[in-house]
Every structure is written in C-alpha cells, then in structure tokens.
Design a binder for this molecule. Structure first.
Ligand code: MF3
Ligand code: CO
Length: 293
C-alpha cells in the first residue's frame, strides 16, 4: 500500500492543511491501517478528497443538476434524444463547464440517453424519438475547472404502464436506501446488500458488470461500486471519499450485452426494461452528504 507510507509525526500532513501530521490525519491513517491489517479493502490516500476538492465538485454539480432540471422541464413525447443532448451541451457550456461524456474514450455526445431495454450508455440521435409509454434515463456528467460531477434521473414519457412506473419508482427507492447506508467505517458491501435486497424484494435483478465509481478528480476513480456484494465486503467507507450510487435495475434477467455496431449502448439480454437513478455522494465524519442528484 504505497498510499499509506509512513510519514514523520512532525512533518506536514499529506492533505495539504499545513498542519503537522500528528495533529491532522495521523489517527485517521492509523485507523484505516488497522482495517487493512484485518484484511479489508481500504481506500488509497489519492481518493480522499480535501475540503477544497469537495467545493470544486459541488460547483461542478451545480451545472450537472441544472442540466437535468432543464431537461426535466421540456422532456416530452415526440422529442428526439438529440434535442436532449443539445439542452445538456448548451446549459453546460453557458455555465462555464464541459460535458464529461463528450469525446470520453470516443463517446460522440454530451449525455447518455437510455430508453426502455437500454440499460445505459445510450447515444443521443435525431432518429430516436420519445414515444408515449417510454421510460428514459438521462445520465449527465460535468467537468468544471477539472472537477467531475455525475448524476442521472429517469423520466416517464406520456402514458407509461403501471409495471414500468413501478420499476422506475423501486429503482429510485434503491438509491434512497443506498444513501442512508453511507456511513463512515462501514463497508460498501453493507450498502450494496441493502440496495440489492430492495430490488429482489420487488422481483427485480441488478446488473453485475457495471456499477458506481469514485468520482471527483477523474470521471471514473476507485472504488468500483457494486450492488450485488455481501455485507462486510468491498471497500471501507471513510470520510472524504466521493463515489456514485447508480444501480441498474432490470425487470427480468440481470444479463446484458453491448451494441456491436456503436460499441457503447448496453441492453438487457431478454429485452425487458431497465431503470437507473444516480447520485454522487460524499462520506462525512458523521454520515454522508449528497453532492449531485
Ligand atoms: N455517466 C456514466 C456513469 O455514470 C458514464 C458514461 S461514460 C460515456 O458512469 F462515455 F458513456 F459517457
Ligand atoms: Co456514474
């Protein structure tokens, strides 16, 4: 663990506070090391955010949420997903940000729009017209001054069946339950298991291969955040960590496949609907703070 190399007690703290290590993060590091010695996965120093970084993420998140608010105001039957992309691009740029998906590993648009059996990473297109009965995830991510924010919401278009409305609602509840389980010195698996249980209680499955992620100084940082792992496993949650909770909840099988033509869009194997909500959350000394939703 290079991240926890010993620092002299009287040397300046690694966090940049200017205080001596012994008066700043020394006890914090010792506590993390005690979990590591017991065999747990612990966060590297590089993913513990400073107060300055957290302020930067919050400013980025303001733009991200403004984009989703702007989409929420106008999204309707007959609109193309290309129009959603334009709203996100214009709102982001007007507020001084950069859409994080644009050109990210070759992604061609500013936002992901995933309809019905599309699980995630749907590519906006003028040929994709929203119709009554559709459910759509709009997944927005922003860069502002190098700080990343990431969140997504579901929208029901026109007359949506009771069955699909319930999937959207239960998926939202899964995220709300996950948020309450973000507690310092608990494990990501504790949170994951509660999220998974709520999906299972409603007869749904959760995608295994894709999940949440650390986010702030990069788009995708450690840890990978699964929702199908048992309590007491996965990374220890410590104050200063920032990650997303974004379960993809399927009405049928959890199996998925990737679009062979565009190399991005993920679909459910059985063609049944999938829903996803995403928040970006900070672990605090006493619990959590949702930074972006
Ligand atoms: N916003 C997605 C996430 O939640 C990532 C999308 S990557 C993209 O992790 F390139 F498809 F935009
Ligand atoms: Co994300």
């Amino acid at each position: 663990m290079t991240g926890y190399a010993k620092i002299d007690r009287n040397a300046p703290c690694w966090c940049g506070s200017g205080r001596k290590y012994k008066a700043c993060h020394m006890r914090f590091d010792d506590k993390i090391r005690s979990y590591e010695l017991k065999g747990h996965i612990v966060p590297d120093r590089s993913i513990i955010k400073t107060p300055e970084t957290i302020e930067g993420i919050k400013a980025s998140a303001k733009i991200n949420m403004a984009c989703l608010d702007a989409v929420a105001e106008v999204i309707r039957e007959g609109m193309s997903t290309e129009e959603i992309d334009r709203i996100v691009y214009d709102t982001t740029v007007k507020m001084g940000g950069i859409p994080a998906p644009l050109h990210y590993e070759g992604f061609p648009k500013s936002v992901c729009t995933s309809i019905n059996e599309e699980v995630c990473h749907g590519i906006p297109d003028e040929k994709h017209i929203l119709k009554s009965g559709d459910i759509i995830n709009v997944d927005c991510s922003t860069i502002l001054h190098g700080y990343y924010s990431d969140s997504s919401r579901m929208f029901c278009i026109g007359d949506v069946s009771e069955e699909k409305r319930k999937l959207v609602q239960v998926t939202k509840e899964c995220v709300e339950i996950g948020i309450e389980e973000v507690v310092p010195w608990h494990f990501l698996g504790d949170m994951a298991d509660k999220v998974h249980q709520h999906a299972k209680d409603n007869g749904y499955t959760i995608v295994r291969e894709i999940g949440g992620h650390g986010c702030g100084l990069e788009f995708h940082e450690d840890p990978f955040v699964s929702y199908v792992t048992p309590p007491g496993t996965e990374m220890l949650m410590v104050p200063g960590m920032v990650f997303t909770i974004e379960p993809m909840v399927n009405m049928g099988t959890h199996d998925i496949y990737e679009d062979a033509d565009n190399g991005w869009t993920i679909y459910t194997q059985d063609g049944k609907p999938s829903a996803q909500w995403e928040v970006q959350i900070l672990v605090t000394e006493t619990g959590h703070e949702v930074l972006c939703w």
